[in-house]
Design a protein around this ligand. Sequence first.
Ligand code: KIV
Length: 278
Amino acid sequence: MRTTTATIIKMKGTGEAIPMLTAYDYSTARVLDELEIPMVLVGDSLGMVVLGYESTVYVTMDDMVHHIKAVARGAKRPLIVADMPFMSYRNGKAETLKNAARLIQEGGAQAVKLEGGESVAEVTRHIVSNGIPVMGHLGLTPQSVYQLGGYKVQGKTPKKAAQLLRDAKALEEAGVFSMVLESIPALLAKLITERVSIPTIGIGAGVHCDGQVQVIHDILGLVSDFHPKHAKTYAPLGDLAASAITRYMEEVRSGAFPTEKESFRMNPDVLSELIQYA
Ligand code: KIV
């Protein structure tokens, strides 16, 4: 049975913390599915960790659909939330709904996520009223990185913190089933979490959120050029991969790979018949 938005909302009531991770491909989705993670995010962070862009603003609808499809083939039980990419929800309600529907119908996600507060409340309401669950995203909103002037902690002044509280209430009223709080002070995240009825999912927002989300490459040590403060490396898979690849190259060069075990035998009769032809 797939996790539903109702199950996620209920988890806030019962106090059961909600773990969420990103996935961008079939194999990772299979692992997360088997481990029974309740929610998977096909984040537009794929633009940076998979496609090598300097920010998420280059990610297109086609990129998102391509990766959501792969994740949907592997993740049968988690709720799959898909990011609406840069500008895909800023060109009027009709185009926004068409794009959200594509991520669900063509991609195979069950919910969409979009960045912003009061400024996206109206389109959020429109998507929700057409039957598509929406997750909000407040605080550090990476699609606005050029306006924010970098990946900085948000909501540090009373005025900016108050705006984030208003944004959270606006999203709740617009009907989101949960919201990501990214890179804001832990006590502000606590206040927002207490003031909204739907679950907050933190990333760099402290321990008081109802759940946590991380980019899977960060927790597995797969990205070496940038390690955000909020990310903890649970396994140095990048280092392990480098030593495995080094050994592979050495063994190919020395002739130690492949051995009999990785090779296929030929029936001696076939070989002698072949020699007659060759
Ligand atoms: O794109 C993404 O992975 C995200 C998370 C950082 C929340 O939006």
